[in-house]
Design a protein around this ligand. Structure first.
Ligand code: SF4
Length: 267
């Protein structure tokens, strides 16, 4: 059983299945806000020519530090994920604190080579305090396990925004400004070899991009020296199951880059 039931030329399929839901006509996940932040950044916004050959095996790029005059010293100096979580505390740095049940900080291997970055918590994540545990999260888990042959404990998973926006609305610019230093620091601490951004919002927020995810996905981009592979959000795939083969193609690029062998097909 594959990522998608339709045969796809030159793309092998993994062994996970999602419920088929009616195809949505809306091609985007959400209308993300324009990211226009005052904080300067060294991120290159263009599609890079990063390729597997440009990286020595096993070497991890060091995420460069934020230009951090606007970042709290305690955030930029936190040297571990628990220390950073302690700095976050019972955060009230933005108005999303009012309606949240739990802060969804991040989960997984603090030394992961692969990091997934999503947009923000939904209802299930808010309830449990864990990222990607709802229907979309279960699909991401199947991509990680059935598709890549890994476990969630092998990777690190975090969101741009740590608290659920009411009604799952898009995060607003002031909320992104308040929260994203924690994601930047998480990346600097974990030092992944590859980041996969899930969907338009996470991709645009992390990379200061304005191009649509449909144009960005499948291309290696750069976040402060770390290769980034944007792909569609699992929630989008639940609405558009025929695009699962596209995500699988993106995931295979990531696996090739990290030297992850394709799991053996089940009998
Ligand atoms: S979204 Fe981020 S900055 Fe806003 S209250 Fe939650 S943890 Fe704090």
């Amino acid at each position: 059983m594959g990522l998608d039931t339709a045969p796809v030329r030159n793309v092998s399929e993994p062994t996970f299945v999602v419920p088929v839901v009616p195809k949505a006509t809306e091609p985007t996940i959400k209308a993300a806000p324009i990211i226009d932040l005052a904080t300067p950044t060294s991120v290159s916004p263009s599609v890079s020519s990063i390729g597997a050959s440009s990286e020595r095996p096993g070497e991890r790029p060091m995420a460069r530090e934020l230009p951090d005059q606007l970042v709290e010293p305690a955030i930029r100096t936190a040297e571990s994920l628990p220390a950073l979580r302690e700095v976050l505390g019972e955060c009230d740095r933005c108005k999303l604190c009012d309606a949240r049940t739990n802060i969804v900080f991040g989960v997984g291997n603090p030394d992961a080579e692969l990091m997934f970055v999503g947009e923000g918590p939904g209802a299930d994540e808010d309830e449990q305090g864990i990222p990607f545990v709802g229907r979309a999260g279960q699909l991401l888990t199947r991509i990680i396990t059935g598709g890549m042959g890994l476990t969630r404990d092998d990777v690190y998973i975090a969101n741009v925004i740590k608290c659920r926006p009411p009604g799952n609305r898009n995060p607003e610019p002031d909320e992104i400004v308040a929260c994203e230093p924690f994601l930047h620091r998480q990346i600097a601490i974990v030092r992944p070899r590859v980041i996969v951004t899930l969907g338009k919002f996470a991709t645009q927020a992390l990379l200061r991009e304005t191009r649509p995810i449909s144009k960005l996905r499948g291309n290696w981009l750069d976040y402060r020296g770390v290769p980034v592979m944007p792909t569609f959000h699992p929630a989008y795939l639940l609405r558009n199951p025929s695009d699962k083969r596209i995500v699988w193609a993106d995931i295979q690029l990531v696996m090739n880059r990290l030297g992850i062998p394709k799991p053996a097909a089940k009998e």
